[in-house]
Write a protein that binds this ligand. Structure first.
Ligand code: SME
Length: 159
């Protein structure tokens, strides 16, 4: 089901030149805009691994190696990971035992992943094609803002 205004709301927060403030508000608006999420936030590429960034939800595993978890696979493949059943995923890292499905979306600048949007749901197969497309668009908009504002919260960590 389409969430008509989410990408406009996200673009609004991307006018903020402060990376952490912008991502914090985006994690909040995603958490509030969709039902049945138990975690919504960012992992930032930082010195060869993934460090948790702004998020909504419970405490998160951090850092995550590129070789581990759904987030690591997202980084290695440079592609969206839509995991309908995390219990069936070989390499899922469980930060919260209630999580049943996960969507991880790379934010890519110059074909390099600089951060990831990561979403967890307590419902299996939560992330339909509309949801996936909205987060794909969000990632493209965040990548543009990253370039426009010259973001890189970890100096030397991403691009
Ligand atoms: N489940 C992720 C870890 C991050 S948490 O979901 C917030 C993974 O397997 O990489």
């Amino acid at each position: 089901m389409k969430n008509t205004f989410i990408n406009d709301q996200i673009r609004g927060f991307l006018n903020d030149p402060d990376e952490i403030a912008s991502l914090a508000n985006i994690s909040s608006v995603i958490m509030l805009a969709y039902s049945s999420l138990n975690w919504a936030g960012f992992y930032l590429v930082n010195k060869g691994q993934l460090t948790v960034g702004p998020f909504q939800g419970g405490p998160a595993c951090t850092p995550i190696s590129f070789s581990k978890g759904v987030c690591g696979k997202c980084y290695r493949d440079g592609e969206i990971q839509n995991v309908a059943d995390v219990h069936a995923a070989a390499d899922h890292i469980a930060c919260d035992g209630n999580t049943a499905s996960e969507l991880c979306v790379p934010v890519m600048v110059n074909k390099t992943t600089v951060m990831e949007i990561d979403l967890d749901s307590p419902i299996a197969d939560r992330f339909d094609k509309d949801f996936e497309n909205e987060m794909r668009q969000a990632a493209a908009d965040i990548a543009e803002a990253y370039c426009v504002h010259g973001w890189n919260s970890y100096a030397g960590g991403s691009i």
